[in-house]
Structure formats: structure tokens, C-alpha cells
Design a protein around this ligand. Structure first.
Ligand code: ZN
Length: 243
């Protein structure tokens, strides 16, 4: 069984299409949230996602913000503008789909969550933050998104601190029996680890590997659409540098 791992699509159809082409042979898909927000094609990305085989998807903060399930007073002005514009693009049926997304999901012994545990919308950006998530995890593996940074953390059983490993240029994780893992496949639609290529993963359950890959996409087309939609320039500019 193989799963495509996707997160933080953020309404970027060009990036999403490039990733789906690279994932055309997986058996099923796991989505770690933030389908929409920032990009110019929220409705199309959501429909495309929902058509994927065996999809299991958890809610991200932007998914919930667009349907009034998340307080946006802490969002920066760019994110807030995107939330308001995005909410207007969704049909009632899409709004209700997003409103009903779960905060966590379980598959093959792993847990899916957008941000962290026990706070589903918290961030894992350091070994200290990873430690809190490891302590709250029911099993040995968590797949997370939210930071838009492809990386993983591993920790031996016991009291050792976690190790943080970057996957900004891709790479494979061999899942060992004696370690626990928090794995972030990076962002499809708005990478922030300095690599502008769309990021995603492939989890091969039997082979016990997670491979993170990067695929280039038509950044200029996605940027032009963000401009035509009247969304803040910053949201388009950052796609060039992946920050
Ligand atoms: Zn996000």
C-alpha cells in the first residue's frame, strides 16, 4: 500500500497539478490540511482533492478560518485578506465539507494532524516543540504540515531529545522499529524552506519508507492568477523564493 502525502496546497492549482502528476501511481492519498487560502484557485483545488482515491484529510487552520471555525484575529493582514477572499469563492456544499473535516485521523498506525499534538493548530519547528508532540502521540508515527517546511524528527524510545532532519531538497526516511517519527512532507502550494519547488511525500507502508520529493511547477502562472484575483502581491512574490 502506498499513500501520497500532501499538505498546504493553499489554492495553488499549478503546484497541485504538478504534484498529482508525480503521484499518479500511489494507491491512496493523505492530506494534512490547508487546502485553501493564499492561492487563486481554492474551489478547483478542493474539488480536485476530493476526487482523489482513498482520500483521508484533516482540517488546517486556513480551511477552518474560511468557514468561520477558527479565530483569524491572530492572522497577519495578508493571510486575513486571503481568508476573506477565499470564503467568497466557495460553494455552500464546499463550505460544509470544510466545516466537517476532522482535526485528526488515523491510518495504518499513524496519526494525521495539521500542526501538532495536543494542540492541533500548534507548530512543530524545533526539537523542543517536537518533544511535546511526541509525548502526546498515541503511536509511533505522525504526519504533520502547517510549517511549510519539509523535514522530520526522530526520537528513540525513552528520554532522549528528538533529532531534527531537513528534507528541503527531498530525501528518504527509513522507518525503524526502535524509533518514533514526526514527518512533515512540506507544502504543495507555498513552500517556505527556501526551495520554491512543490513538496510532497510517498509513504510505502510495506517497505517502511517515506520519500519526500520536490517537483517544479509553473510559478509564474500561479502568480499571475494571484495578481488578477486582487490578492496581496506578497502572496505571489514569496512563491518565487519559497519563503
Ligand atoms: Zn498552511
Amino acid at each position: 500500500m502506498t499513500y501520497g502525502l500532501i499538505s498546504d496546497i493553499h489554492g495553488n492549482l499549478e503546484a497541485f497539478d504538478a504534484v498529482l502528476e508525480a503521484l499518479d501511481s500511489v494507491d491512496a492519498f493523505l492530506c494534512l490540511g490547508d487546502i485553501i487560502g493564499y492561492g487563486a484557485d481554492p474551489a478547483l483545488c478542493l474539488e480536485k482533492l476530493r476526487s482523489l482515491p482513498g482520500l483521508l484529510c484533516v482540517a488546517g487552520n486556513h480551511d477552518l478560518a474560511a468557514v468561520g471555525r477558527y479565530d483569524i484575529s491572530w492572522f497577519n493582514p495578508f493571510a486575513r485578506a486571503a481568508v476573506e477572499w477565499t470564503a467568497e469563492q466557495l460553494s455552500d456544499e464546499q463550505t460544509s465539507y470544510l466545516r466537517n473535516l476532522p482535526l485528526t485521523a488515523h491510518v495504518e498506525g499513524a496519526i494525521l494532524v495539521h500542526g501538532s499534538l495536543p494542540d492541533e493548530m500548534g507548530y512543530v519547528t524545533s526539537p523542543q516543540e517536537a518533544r511535546a508532540c511526541f509525548d502526546a502521540m498515541p503511536g509511533d508515527t505522525a504526519f504533520i504540515g502547517h510549517t511549510h517546511v519539509a523535514e522530520y524528527y526522530q526520537i528513540p524510545r525513552g528520554t532522549m531529545p528528538p533529532t531534527q532532519v531537513s528534507l528541503w531538497s527531498g530525501g528518504a526516511v527509513d522507518l525503524r522499529d526502535d524509533l518514533r517519527y514526526i514527518i512533515n512532507p512540506g507544502a504543495v502550494g507555498q513552500p517556505r524552506d527556501g526551495n520554491p519547488a512543490a513538496s510532497f511525500g510517498i509513504w510505502d507502508v510495506e517497505a517502511r519508507t517515506v520519500e519526500i520529493k520536490r517537483v517544479p511547477y509553473d510559478v509564474e502562472k500561479a502568480q499571475a492568477k494571484i495578481g488578477s484575483a486582487g490578492l496581496p502581491d506578497y502572496l505571489s512574490e514569496r512563491l518565487t523564493v519559497g519563503r
